[in-house]
Design a protein around this ligand. Structure first.
Ligand SMILES: *Cc1c(COP(=O)(O)O)cnc(C)c1O
Length: 360
């Protein structure tokens, strides 16, 4: 197999070492006579896998003891509803920052449960930047403040954590969780679909401060109440067992590789390499404000959109896959999550330079 680099935004590249280990353990896990897929979620083998995986995630992210970690299904999109259902806690409104597609969807869903106060928006410049906090118009009586630290489609990332004092800060970290160290204690709740920077699709992780649990709005379905899952160690019903197992292998690998401090260094080096290439020519350009450029998802355009198809065709001939931009924005997008090696970014940059020489 020649070297292939997969720049998909999600489901996305997984570490090769993890896939190989999963392959070796696929049919029979550790002499158990079973595949992880065949195990009861309440059996001692899987309970062990789940406990180790949670402990490793807690260690990697430095999750304080007063936070629950929930392993759910339903994707980040279900959290767009679960967050307001659980966190409004008798208040009538919540604050949201609108920085693009994903915050827009979160806002739309939250409006079904209460009033949404859009405290800041980057709609004025096609969602190409993250509004600075001094421009946010927060409501003192809000239930929580929600933002999207990395807009996966627009490629806009907050490189700072908002300060909301006593008001719980809620973050959709689907596409930049585990990409760098963060101070979890600054957040009331963090959620992320696994299929970007954690593992396979089907697993959604929620990290929630325990005093925010247990006050869901009347009528909340049992499965949409965080308390159900917190009280049952995410085993009220069947959790996504195989996806949890793979995520656990990813966590072990991240620990072996030096944890999130090391991840951040690698992610900075990869992003610098690609942005350096974009900045060095007029042939390519980035639509995102410099200080908010994402390290995970890097959209870029060619000088002449008529060349897009030739660019993508040549890229795939060179083993560089899934570079087509999101249908809503066009152009290209390279997603370079933790599992993308720097050699993949270097191969992309080499290809971009040679394409420019031919067509520039
Ligand atoms: C992918 C993504 C989502 C949607 O995730 P699903 O798991 O498909 O529901 C939500 N928010 C962000 C920031 C994303 O990148």
């Amino acid at each position: 197999m020649s070297t292939i680099y997969n720049f998909s935004a999600g489901p996305a590249v997984l570490p090769k070492a993890v896939l190989e280990q999963a392959r070796d353990e696929l049919v029979e896990w550790h002499g158990s006579g079973m595949s992880v897929m065949e195990m009861s979620h309440r059996g001692k083998e899987f309970m062990g896998i789940a406990a180790q995986m949670e402990a490793d995630l807690r260690e990697l992210m430095g999750i304080p003891a007063n936070y629950k970690v929930l392993f759910l299904q339903g994707g980040a999109s279900s959290q767009f509803a679960m967050v307001p259902m659980n966190l409004l806690r008798g208040k009538t409104s919540a604050d949201y920052v609108n920085t693009g597609e994903w915050s827009g969807k979160a806002i739309k869903e939250a409006k079904r449960y209460g009033a949404v106060n859009v405290v800041a928006s980057s709609a004025d410049k096609q969602f190409s930047y993250a509004p600075i906090q001094s421009a946010w118009r927060c409501d003192a009586n809000t239930a929580y403040v929600h933002y999207t630290p990395n807009e996966t489609i627009g490629g806009v990332e907050f490189h700072w954590t908002p300060e909301t004092d006593e008001v719980p800060l809620v973050a959709d970290m689907s596409s930049n969780i585990l990409s760098k160290p963060i101070d979890v204690s600054r957040f009331g709740l963090i959620y992320a679909g696994a299929q970007k920077n954690i593992g396979p699709a089907g697993l959604t992780i929620v990290i929630v401060r325990d005093d925010l649990i247990g006050q869901a709005v009347a009528g909340t379905p049992t499965m949409y109440d965080y308390k159900t899952h917190a009280d049952n160690d995410s085993m009220y019903n069947t959790p996504p067992t195989y996806a949890m197992y793979i995520a656990g292998l990813v966590f072990q690998l991240l620990k072996r590789e030096g944890g999130l401090v090391e991840m951040e260094k690698c992610n900075i080096a990869k992003a610098d390499l690609l942005y350096g290439c974009l900045d060095a020519s007029d042939f390519y350009s980035s639509p995102v404000a410099r200080e908010n450029r994402s390290r995970m998802n890097i959209p870029f355009t060619l000088k002449d959109a008529a060349l897009d198809e030739a660019f993508l065709k040549g890229a795939s001939q060179n083993g560089l896959l899934q570079l087509k931009g999101h249908r809503s924005v066009g152009g290209m997008r390279a997603s370079i999550y933790n599992a993308m090696p720097i050699a993949g970014v270097a191969a992309l940059v080499d290809y971009m330079k040679s394409f420019e020489q031919q067509h520039g």
